[in-house]
Design a protein around this ligand. Structure first.
Ligand code: HEM
Length: 519
C-alpha cells in the first residue's frame, strides 16, 4: 500500500504526467506551473486593463508596468476610504481611476457629470452588465435574472400599485414580528436590532411577495435572509474562473445550495399555481403571481426559474431595507432626546385622523426626512452606482470612456458634498423636512423616494430602484410601530462601527440598541 509520501513523490515526478504533454510542460513542477499561470493572468489583466483604460489619472497605481493594476487593487483593498479621499481631493470635479479585484473603474466626482452618464442608453453604458459583473448574477442567481429582467417592470408597476391596499397586511405582519422578536420589555434590554429588522423585513416582504404561508415559515425566511449573503460570497468564489467553468463551479457554492433548499419550500405552492389550482378559485394577488403571469413562455415558467426569480427579489429587498432602516435606528438611538419627541408628535397627529394609509403616511414629513438624511449620511458605500461601457462614450467635456471600461461614482463623497449640502459632515435628521418647507421649487424633490444624481441610496435615472416605494412604505410602517411602542437608546460608550470592504460599506450588524416598552 502506498504511503502519503510515496503519493507526493509520485505526484511531483514529471514522468507520471501524461506523455501527450509537450516535453517542456512535462518538466514543470507544480510550483513552476502556478508561477507561470500567475504571470500569464497578470499579463492578461494588465493588457486588458490597458486596452480599456480611460485617459484619466489613477490613484494607488505603481510604476511597475505589468503589476501596476494588481498593486493598485491590493492597495485599494487595504485602504479604500483613504484612496477614495485622495482621488476626490485631488481630482474633483474631474475624474480619476481606481483598481479593485474586479477591475479598474473611472470615478466621476461631479453631480452634473454623474447625471450625464446616467442618461446614456443601456447599449452604451449598461447597468445590467455592471450588476452582472459585480454580483456574477447569471451564475449566482440564475441566467434569466441577469439577462431577462422582466421583474423590473413587475416591481415598478404591480408591486408599487399594490402598496395602498396591502398596508393593513404589512402592519399586521410588523406588529406580530415585533411581538415575537422584541416583546414588551419593562426595562431597557439590549436588542440585536439588525437581526430583528432583517427578520421583520423578511416576514413583511414575503407576506406581500409569496403570502402568509411563507411569512410564517421561519426556516424559509432564514434561507431568504442568508441567500443574499451566499450570493455575495459565491460571486467571489467563482469570479476568477472562465464562464464555462462558472456554470459547473456554482453548483458547489452556498448560493446554489440555499436556493435548492428554498425550492423545497416553494415547489408545492408553485406546482399548484402552475396547474391553475388556486385556493378558493381566486388567483393570488402577490408578487409571485404577477411574476408568473409576466414570465416569458417556456423555460422561465418552470419551477426552478420561478424560484430563482422570487429568491432574487429577496436579495433585492431584505438586506437593502434592513441596512437602510437600522442605519436610521442607530441614529435615533444615539440622540433620542433630540429627535423622538418631534417624530412622535408628528405621528400622533397623523394617527389621530385614523390608521396609517398611503395619504397619511405622506404627511409624515419629519420621519421621511429622518430616513433620507440617514441614507445620505450612513448608507454611503464608496461606489453605489456603476455602469459598464458597451460602446465608447464621450463626456461633454471631451473625456473618453472606451468600450469595455467601467464607470462608477464616489457615493460617500457626493452625498457629503459641501457645495450641495450645508454642514454635510453633520447628521441633521430634519434637514430635508426644513428644505421641503423652505423651497420655492418642487418640495417632492426632498422626499425619501426622490432620487438625485448626488444621493445614491436608490441609484438615479432610468434604473433607479423600482422597489423603493415599497421599501420606503415598509420602513415607515416599522418606524411608526417602533416609536409608538418603545423607548430606545444606545448603551454608553457604544456606537456604529464603520467598515468598508473595497467599495462596499459593510453595515454594523452587531450593535445592540437598548429598548423598553414606552413609558
Ligand atoms: C431600502 C431598500 C432598497 C435599497 C437601498 C435599494 C437600492 C437599489 C439600488 C442602489 C439599485 C441600483 C440603481 C442603479 O444602479 O441606478 C437598485 C435596483 C433595483 N432594485 Fe432596489 N433597493 C431597495 C429595495 C428594493 C426592493 C424592496 C425591491 C423589490 C422588491 C428592489 C428591486 C430592485 C430592482 C429590480 C432593481 C434593478 C432595477 C433596474 O435594473 O432597472 N429594491 N436598488
Amino acid at each position: 500500500m502506498a504511503t502519503n509520501s510515496s503519493y507526493i513523490e509520485a505526484a511531483s515526478d514529471a514522468s507520471h504526467y501524461p506523455s501527450s504533454l509537450p516535453p517542456a510542460l512535462r518538466e514543470l513542477t507544480i510550483s513552476q506551473a502556478l508561477f507561470y499561470a500567475f504571470i500569464l493572468l497578470t499579463s492578461y489583466r494588465s493588457f486588458d486593463a490597458y486596452r480599456k483604460r480611460a485617459n484619466v489619472p489613477g490613484v494607488g497605481f505603481s510604476s511597475i508596468p505589468i503589476l501596476s493594476s494588481w498593486i493598485a487593487a491590493y492597495r485599494f483593498t487595504r485602504a479604500p476610504l483613504k484612496l477614495m479621499t485622495e482621488g476626490v481631493t485631488k481630482y474633483k470635479p474631474g475624474y480619476f481611476r481606481i483598481a479593485t479585484i474586479q477591475g479598474e473603474y473611472v470615478m466621476v466626482t461631479d453631480r452634473n457629470k454623474v447625471q450625464e452618464f446616467l442618461r446614456q442608453p443601456d447599449d452604451v453604458l449598461s447597468m445590467q452588465e455592471a450588476a452582472n459583473d459585480q454580483q456574477q448574477i447569471p451564475f449566482t442567481m440564475g441566467w434569466g435574472i441577469g439577462h431577462a429582467t422582466y421583474h423590473n417592470q413587475v416591481v415598478r408597476v404591480h408591486l408599487t400599485k399594490s402598496i395602498e391596499h396591502r398596508i393593513e397586511d404589512m402592519v399586521d405582519e410588523i406588529r406580530h414580528a415585533f411581538d415575537d422578536l422584541i416583546g414588551a420589555p419593562a426595562d431597557y434590554q439590549p436588542v440585536h436590532i439588525y437581526k430583528v429588522i432583517a427578520m421583520s423585513v423578511a416576514r413583511t416582504s414575503n407576506r406581500i411577495m409569496v403570502g402568509k404561508d411563507f411569512s410564517e415559515n421561519t426556516e424559509f425566511l432564514e434561507l431568504a435572509i442568508a441567500y443574499a449573503e451566499a450570493v455575495v460570497i459565491s460571486a467571489e468564489l467563482i469570479r476568477a474562473f472562465p464562464d464555462w467553468m462558472k456554470h459547473v463551479l456554482i453548483r458547489l457554492t452556498p448560493a446554489w445550495s440555499r436556493r435548492w433548499k428554498a425550492m423545497k419550500h416553494l415547489k408545492p405552492m408553485l406546482e399548484k399555481r402552475l396547474a391553475g389550482d388556486f385556493d378558493g378559485g381566486k388567483k393570488p394577488d402577490d408578487l409571485m403571481q404577477w411574476l408568473m403571469d409576466a414570465a416569458p413562455p417556456g423555460e422561465e415558467r418552470t419551477i426552478p426559474k420561478l424560484v430563482e426569480r422570487i429568491m432574487s427579489m429577496n436579495v433585492a429587498s431584505i438586506h437593502t431595507t434592513t441596512m437602510t432602516f437600522t442605519g436610521a435606528l442607530y441614529k435615533l438611538a444615539a440622540e433620542p432626546e433630540k429627535y423622538m419627541p418631534e417624530l412622535r408628535a408628528e405621528l400622533e397627529e397623523v394617527l389621530a385622523e385614523g390608521p396609517l394609509s398611503k395619504d397619511r403616511i405622506a404627511k409624515l414629513k419629519k420621519m421621511d426626512s429622518f430616513l433620507r438624511e440617514s441614507a445620505r449620511y450612513n448608507n454611503a458605500g464608496l461606489m453605489a452606482v456603476q455602469r459598464n461601457a458597451k460602446k465608447q462614450f464621450t463626456f461633454s467635456d471631451g473625456t473618453v470612456i472606451p468600450a469595455g471600461a467601467k464607470v462608477g461614482t464616489p457615493t460617500r463623497f457626493l452625498q457629503r458634498d459641501p457645495t450641495i449640502y450645508d454642514n454635510p459632515e453633520v447628521f441633521d435628521g430634519f434637514r430635508f423636512s426644513r428644505l421641503r418647507d423652505q423651497t420655492e421649487g418642487p418640495a417632492t424633490q426632498y422626499q425619501m423616494v426622490s432620487t438625485a444624481p448626488e444621493l445614491h441610496v436608490f441609484g438615479h435615472g432610468k434604473h433607479a430602484c423600482p422597489g423603493r416605494f415599497f421599501a420606503v412604505t415598509e420602513m415607515k410602517l416599522m418606524f411608526a410601530e417602533l416609536i409608538t411602542r418603545y423607548d430606545m437608546k444606545l448603551a454608553p460608550g457604544t456606537g456604529v462601527n464603520e467598515t468598508f470592504i473595497a467599495t462596499m460599506a459593510i453595515p454594523d450588524t452587531k450593535l445592540n440598541i437598548l429598548m423598553k416598552t414606552r413609558s
